[in-house]
Design a protein around this ligand. Sequence first.
Ligand code: SAM
Length: 201
Amino acid sequence: PPLYIQRYNKVLEILSTLKPEKVVDFGCAECKFINLLRREEYVIEICGVDLDGNLLSESSFKLEPLASDFLYLRHNPLTIRLYQGSVSEFDTRLRNFDAVVCIELIEHLLPKTLKDFPKTVFSCIQPKHVIISTPNSDFNVHFNLNGSFRHWDHKFEWTREQFKSWCEGICTKYHYSVVFDGVGTAPENRPSFGHCSQFAI
Ligand code: SAM
């Protein structure tokens, strides 16, 4: 499957072991991940947050119940909410969420927003679990980028070492622990520069 689907599958795989009831998806964009997550029986509340309110308005139709949802009722009713907002500011409606997901979000944040992000997530929301994915720039040797980033809106792309040190700084400050994972493997017979997308959990 394409890389973005591999990312969604990885997050679903991780969440299925943790079974959080309430999940925030920061930078939910077109709500594609929420559209998959809403099929999981363990979830009872999903909140999608994105800076781009127009994108949320255009995408919300995807999350309407399907005809089959009325035929085969879930065990637990599910509530989905979409909010326009930034990860740099705490929204009190995000209290008591068990997990926060940020798929390919942090590399789009300006320095000030990136600086404020850990406080919002790890101090204000304080979820049990956080899953963050971002491009692994070590892997860029496999692309012909000529020093540029993979996407025009990326503010940075971190090596595995840079991502690790950012995560470990957060863990020390807010008393969390972290493990790393990834999706997207290199072509065989090329040296390993890690995964295409790196994950911190
Ligand atoms: N998570 C999505 C997915 O995997 O399908 C893709 C994320 S897209 C690459 C980055 C998203 O982050 C955009 O929709 C953008 O509007 C949003 N974004 C950028 N800055 C943000 C901020 N400060 N707070 C919340 N969302 C933000």
